[in-house]
Each structure stands twice: as C-alpha cells, then as structure tokens.
Ligand binder design. Sequence first.
Ligand code: ZN
Length: 214
Amino acid sequence: MARVQFLNCPPTLDFLSQGFYSTSIQVIPMTFSAKLKIQYDSEWTNTYSHSSSYGDEMLPEEHITMEIPAEDLTTTQLFKFFSNFLRAIGHCEVGIMKGACGTAFNEFQTQDDMRKVAEEYDLKLAEDYAKEFRKMQDEIYDLKAKLSRFEQPDNPNYTDAEMDAMDFQEWKGLIPGSPEAVKKNCKCPILDNQEMPDDRKWVNADCPLHGKVQ
Ligand SMILES: [Zn+2]
C-alpha cells in the first residue's frame, strides 16, 4: 500500500506561461503493514509424586497461536477473529455470544448507545419495551371497558371492566411491585408479583400508589 506524505519543506513554484502557478509536492511511497497475533499457552504440572503419567483426556501442553493481517480489519472482523480464538481454546458458542453482548449491554454504557446497537439487531431494551407494553395494556383496559358498556348500556353501576380500567389508570401505568413503582414509594409485594401477569398483581392496602386505604 502506498501512502502519500506531504513534507514540511516549501513547495517549489513553477511559473507557467499562462500566468498560473502550479505546486509540486514531493511524494514518498510508504508501505503500511499490521498483523494481529493472539497466543495461548497452557501446561500441566504434575504435583502428585507417585505418578508421572497424565490422564488420557489431558494434554500435557498446548500452544495455540492465531494470526491475522490487520491493515484493514473492521471491528466486526476483529470480533470474528477473537471469537474463533475463544472457540479454539475451548469456550462454548453461548458463552462467546454472552461475552460479546456483555460488551454492548452493561451499566457503564449509556442508554442511548445501547439503544443504537439494539435497534441495529432488531432488539428492544427492557426500558423501552416496558413503556410500549404499558401503552398497549392501557388500550386493552380501555377497549374492554368500552365493550362491557356496549354489552350492558343500562347498567347503573360501573362494570367490572370499567373498574379495572380505572384501577389501571389510577396506577398511572405503574405496575405494583415493579422497579419503577418501587422508586415512587410503592409498598406492594415485589417478589410475589414478579411471576404474576400485569393485570393480576398483589396489592398492599397501605401502598400509597395502589392501596385502597389511604
Ligand atoms: Zn404499590
């Protein structure tokens, strides 16, 4: 690969008959090469003095070196190379996948950056999913309430579905025991609610958000 280097020396000016100046630059051809090498060396030392042999399953020594020309490698190619290496030294596919995801999704990344990556792979962040889910849940409660009113137009009381819809709205989309609700002083059971569907949550009467007794 040739590279053009612009030197600091003043360019020579050639006066042309038309009255223009042209600048000539000295061109120095350069080559750039880069190589990436990862090496793994393992060795078993027998500390049991009565036996000098290794088990049939055990390799006394192992040396693995992988090398790749690295002039134009993309990040994706580098990860591909690294995952091949991890596979060679005995890591399983799922572990490698988790490791790569752990690089992208962890508490030290900003939510914006993680969202960019998630969108590229057609994934949803739990934070975004919860919001969308709540919006849909809200619509479902509303539709169920309207349907119940349509079926019993003369019912003088609120229908069950209408009460459910009001409860949900009163919760302001904050599911009892959810981390968002707990942040806002929810006193409902957390663990017991984890396995429950969103419209069947345990509610504590003395919860300031969800309790009936205030
Ligand atoms: Zn609560």
